[in-house]
Write a protein that binds this ligand. Structure first.
Ligand SMILES: [Zn+2]
Ligand SMILES: [Zn+2]
Ligand SMILES: [Zn+2]
Ligand SMILES: [Zn+2]
Length: 415
């Protein structure tokens, strides 16, 4: 690449003697909005790159690198001149067709950079096919990178230019200080308190530099600031970690009720889920029963809720979700006892079949009803204990299957 290794003096000629020409107080505050100046300095390289690429495209004897030094100088002169006449021009244009144009220095200077780049297009560079091609975009990006790697136009040099341009176009004095003083002491005193003096963010990990007047603005968005959890849990979290905290570990994370799938539409903070479960046990139970005994009447199911709650002696509160509540319910429904006695009253002849399962035997027995039921319950409960021991050994899968099967049997009897 033919870029010079060392940067040359880039200040426009007339800037050096400008101060001497001015009358009145001679001690000027030179402070400016550092963030704005940096942002503007960052558009210079892409602007220069597109000017160099469009100027040499289709030319086998010249590369972007071979024209970069000259075009950079032209660019600085162009921007300086345009910025100097900007205020006068904008007064003329005020109220005209361009009245809507932004008066923000970044927009003004970016537009000037674009104007300059389009002026440097050669004949081939003006072909619309080329201007819209991805190849052009790639070449421009590549040349920006090449200049960065070679330190061709360092950021602090670009910032010096940007600072001058900002002062020229920022006629509302929003992005630079225009205060003047009669003595160096007065100036020094002012600089200590000037709203444009630079400050470093004090939040650990943050390297942002900003104007004193932007302290509050930065602090309210600084990604490294430690702030209380947005969901009002007791923790303090770094702002940039907040989203992740809120959707992962935060105890106040909003979750669907675990009985959402069967009908409870509540959303609650994770930390009060247990409370929600115990407060809504009966309604969760009703939802669960509805999914077990599809088609059963609401009235019957409500009665069943009462029976199950009575039988459960408090153990249902441990059921964390539909699956575990279903297992517990089916277990309770399968237990011989008051439930089955009530169930047996409604059993129709054809609904039951003898089977290999010991519980089916017990159902068969229950079907006969009357005095036998007490004995049956005894046998049933013994068998059930035996069986549950066996089931424990064979694992939960089989247990679920077994319970499901038994539960279904009972449901067909009961309902
Ligand atoms: Zn100042
Ligand atoms: Zn910060
Ligand atoms: Zn939290
Ligand atoms: Zn719920």
């Amino acid at each position: 690449m033919d870029l010079p290794a060392k940067d040359v003096e880039l200040l426009p000629e007339n800037e050096k003697i400008q101060d001497e020409k001015e009358r009145g107080p001679t001690f000027h505050c030179e402070l400016y909005d550092t963030e704005m100046v940096r942002k503007i300095a960052q558009v210079f390289l892409p602007g220069l790159s597109s000017a160099c690429v469009d100027n040499t495209t289709g030319d086998m004897f010249r590369s972007p690198g071979s024209v970069a030094v000259d075009i950079r100088k032209e660019m600085i002169d162009y921007l300086t001149q345009r910025s100097e006449s900007f205020v006068a021009e904008s007064v003329v244009l005020e109220g005209g067709p361009d009245a809507e144009v932004s008066d923000h220095p970044f927009d003004i200077i970016s537009d000037m950079v674009d104007d300059f780049a389009s002026l440097k297009r050669n004949l081939f560079g003006r072909v619309s096919g080329w201007l819209l091609s991805e190849k052009r975009e790639d070449k421009i990006d590549d040349f920006v990178q090449e200049m960065e790697i070679n330190g061709f136009w360092l950021l602090d040099r670009r910032e010096t230019i940007a600072q001058i341009l900002v002062k020229n176009v920022d006629f509302k004095n929003i992005f630079h200080c225009d205060k003047k003083f009669n003595t160096a002491e007065e100036l020094a005193e002012h600089v200590r308190n000037c709203g444009f003096r630079t400050m470093n963010c004090t939040n650990e990990g943050c390297t942002t530099v900003f104007c004193a007047s932007h302290l509050e603005k930065h602090d309210s968005t600084c990604p490294f600031k430690i702030i209380p959890c947005e969901q009002q849990c007791s923790e303090n979290i770094m702002r940039r970690e907040m989203d992740r905290h809120c959707i992962t570990v935060c105890p106040m994370k909003i979750v669907n009720c675990p009985f959402y799938a069967v009908g409870c539409q509540s959303t609650v903070p994770h930390s009060v889920l247990q409370q929600h479960r115990s407060d809504n046990l009966r309604s969760h139970l009703l939802y669960t029963l509805k999914s077990i005994h599809k088609g059963a009447s609401e009235e019957d199911l409500k009665k069943r809720v009462d029976q199950i709650v009575e039988l459960s002696s408090g153990q249902l509160a441990d059921a964390r979700d539909v699956r575990s509540l279903t297992l517990k319910v089916k277990d309770l429904e399968a237990k011989p006892g008051p439930l089955e006695v009530i169930a047996a009253e409604k059993v129709s002849e054809e609904s039951n079949k003898a089977g290999e399962n010991s519980r089916e035997d017990s159902i068969e027995a229950v079907k006969k009803g009357g005095e036998e039921s007490t004995e049956v319950a005894k046998i049933g409960s013994e068998k059930s204990t035996e069986e549950s021991t066996a089931v424990d050994k064979t694992g939960s899968e089989k247990s679920t299957e077994n319970i499901n099967k038994v539960g279904e049997e009972f449901s067909s009897i009961r309902i």
